[in-house]
Design a binder for this molecule. Structure first.
Ligand SMILES: Nc1ncnc2c1ncn2[C@@H]1O[C@H](COP(=O)(O)OP(=O)(O)OP(=O)(O)O)[C@@H](O)[C@H]1O
Length: 448
């Protein structure tokens, strides 16, 4: 398998990379809300969706039929999974085929992509060999930690298996070689571990995973680092690229750089999940948006909510205002230290705060089951002020995880933002209905 074509395609990609937004992240299950929640369904709903042929969770196969190793079957069932989702059913046979094949895969947010590539890594790793064999890149520190937890949980029936986190702050002694069989980390640190610090022998890597692959390709810094890592890998190393979104130019680029890939791609109209209801509210100012947010909160039972702002400043202001109103609010934005960010997410996951006010840094991958509402306090736009459709999809995908129902509410406060919303609707061919937040009955109706 040739691995140098990625580098050759870099120049063609640069223009596309410029126009795309930067990174974001992922997380795990929150404890159930003691008050209950009328938006989050029980696991029965998942069972139903998994039997509905139109659902991304639909699969005809059982995990047994995917021929997973017994220890992995045990791991899967210990995580409470009963049957594979569509992406797991489709991707796993391709990823486990011999000889190993490359894959570029797209599947809607929250449909089990992480479990799919984790199972692929765990299937290929030889725990008896005490050196890194699988490398997984995540765009953020928090996402790396979360995916690492999935690897640890799913691989717990391999007693010899160890995982190393190549993330900022994880200091090892220079020149030492690590014995962990799987390494997960962010591109900069992984690159250092492979090159400058030589903790990893890249020539022994068998599986290379790019999670949130589109943003890894589209963000210039990440792209450069990922390419430099890829160049060090052996020619027959299996490459697996996963994301919920692939902007057209990124998709083309991915196909050029991954040799002979298998491809799983969604049609545009399949990208949005029908289980997430989308609305917008019309306001005239930031203060009105704040009032509308409070009205929504007063009218419906919300387990946990994520509120997205365009800037750190707005996020800080909003978190302070919500606190003044008596809400338990957490704030997470990019300028915070990574350890602080991890602690904020951990508290949110544990249900200690009900609202997380954040920026795009949290748009991707956060997996908190109890998030029943996502609010776009500001609509996602790129640096030129155009709609950022990919970020929109990732943001609203923080709710409606794995078959649960969710609610996404967009705050529109100007002609310009109405125009952005219209363009998002057009892009996904999906109608976003207006909601009157002064009409409590109407708000209540949307949750039923
Ligand atoms: N087969 C399964 N059965 C039941 N639950 C599952 C299954 N696969 C994954 N899950 C659960 O579904 C949730 C979403 O999965 P995951 O985080 O892998 O989705 P994703 O597609 O990677 O999402 P995103 O696009 O946001 O990164 C997780 O809580 C995970 O534990």
């Amino acid at each position: 398998m040739a691995t140098d074509s990625w580098a050759l395609a870099v120049d063609e990609q640069e223009a596309a990379a410029e126009s795309l937004s930067t990174l974001q992240l992922k997380e795990e299950k929150a404890k159930p809300d003691a008050n209950g929640d009328n938006l989050v369904d029980t696991t029965n709903q998942v069972e139903v969706l998994q039997r509905d042929p139109n659902s991304p969770l639909y699969s005809v196969k059982s995990f047994e039929e995917l021929h997973l190793k017994p220890q992995l079957l045990q791991g899967v069932y210990a995580m409470g999974f009963n049957r594979p989702s569509k992406i797991q059913e489709n991707a796993l046979p391709m990823m486990l085929a011999e000889p190993p094949q490359n894959l570029i895969a797209q599947s809607q947010s929250g449909t089990g992509k992480t479990a799919a590539f984790v199972l692929a890594m765990l299937s290929r790793v030889e725990p008896g060999n005490k050196y890194p064999q699988c490398l997984c890149l995540s765009p953020t520190y928090e996402l790396a930690l979360q995916t690492g937890k999935v690897i640890e949980q799913m691989g717990k029936f391999y007693p010899e298996l160890k995982l190393a986190y190549a993330v900022r702050g994880n200091k090892l002694e220079r020149g030492q070689k690590i014995s962990e069989q799987i390494v997960i980390g962010t591109p900069g640190t992984v690159l250092d571990w492979c090159s400058k610090l030589k903790f990893i022998d890249p020539k022994k890597i068998k599986v290379f995973v790019l999670d949130e692959a589109d943003v890894m390709i589209a963000t210039q810094g990440h792209q450069d680092q990922s390419i430099r890592i890829q160049r060090m890998l052996p020619r027959d190393c299996q490459m697996l690229l996963f994301s919920a979104t692939f902007e057209d130019s990124v998709w083309k680029f991915a196909q050029k750089v991954v040799p002979d890939p298998n491809i799983i791609k969604l049609k545009r109209e399949e990208e949005t999940l029908d289980t997430i209801k989308q609305y917008y509210v019309l306001c005239n100012s930031r203060d009105e948006k704040f009032r509308a947010l409070c009205n929504i909160y007063g009218a419906i039972t919300i387990a946990q909510a994520m509120v997205f702002c365009h800037t750190r400043k707005t996020a800080g202001w909003l978190a302070a205002e919500l606190s003044k109103e008596g809400h338990q609010v957490a704030l997470l934005s990019g300028e915070m230290m990574v350890e602080q960010r991890a602690a904020v997410i951990e508290r949110f996951r544990e249900g200690k705060e009900k609202v997380l006010v954040t920026t795009n840094v949290c748009a991707r991958g956060i997996d908190v089951e109890q998030v029943s509402v996502v609010i776009n306090f500001d609509l996602p736009v790129d640096k030129d002020g155009n709609p950022d459709n990919e970020t929109y999809l990732h943001r609203i995908g923080r709710t409606g995880r794995f078959g649960k129902r969710g609610l996404a509410i967009n705050m529109v406060d100007s002609k310009h933002s109405m125009n952005i919303l219209n363009r998002i609707q057009e892009h996904f061919s999906k109608k976003i209905n207006r909601l009157d937040t002064d009409d409590l009955d109407e708000i209540e109706k949307i949750t039923n």
